[in-house]
Design a protein around this ligand. Structure first.
Ligand code: PAN
Ligand code: ZN
Length: 187
């Protein structure tokens, strides 16, 4: 057991009702201009960019080393809305170390966790407050917001997992989610 360079334990406050990390060390923001190529309706995305490029989703993290043995955790918050009639979503990624899992505990909102595996399978797991989704090793994952409020999750995963966005921008996920005539449509 090493006794030098030991990290000092810490605590942090998370507002489970709001789904907010009160004192994050890192704050990642993605805007519609970061999402080119991800949505079906490119003109509708361009309109969102031209109309102010408002925050699309955010990730709040504490400063945990991105190393094996640590557990990275964050709050992920995806705004409600549609690009054309396609529901707002995160880019989605595989982990760079492919065989690393993740847990998503949904704190607020309604939607899906879309997951796809390297052997061609696809799963859309419903996300709603208090529901935990387990993303097994090797599955790419993306949050999709079908509701009218932010879709907020607490996520935790292996410290050195990393993010591989590689083929998602080009190939997407097998299923897209739309709202048409007030109904959720999966295609
Ligand atoms: C999450 C995601 C977060 C943003 O923390 O990184 O929801 O989604 P994208 O990374 O796909 O833009 C996670 O899954 N981390 O591993
Ligand atoms: Zn992940």
């Amino acid at each position: 057991m090493p006794t030098t360079n030991l990290m000092t334990p810490f605590g942090t406050d998370i507002d489970l009702a709001e789904g907010a990390m009160n004192d994050p060390d890192r704050h990642l923001i993605r805007r519609p201009s970061d999402m080119k190529g991800y949505y079906q309706d490119e003109d509708a995305l361009q309109k969102l960019i031209d109309d102010g490029d408002a925050v699309h989703y955010e990730v709040f993290e504490k400063d945990v080393p991105e190393k094996y043995g640590h557990v990275l955790f964050c709050i992920s918050s995806l705004q409600p809305g549609r690009v054309g009639d396609e529901c707002f979503m995160t880019k989605g990624h595989y982990h760079t170390i492919l065989e690393t899992a993740e847990v998503y505990l949904c704190l607020r909102g309604t939607g899906f966790m879309a997951m796809k595996s390297p052997d061609g399978r696809s799963v859309l797991e419903p996300m709603t407050r208090n529901r935990l989704v387990y993303v097994p090793p090797c599955w790419a994952h993306r949050s999709i917001n079908t509701g009218d409020e932010p879709l907020v999750s607490f996520c935790a995963y292996q410290g050195d997992a990393g993010h591989n966005y590689g083929d998602i921008a080009e190939q997407g996920f097998p299923q897209r989610v739309f709202i048409r005539d007030g109904k959720t449509v999966i295609q």
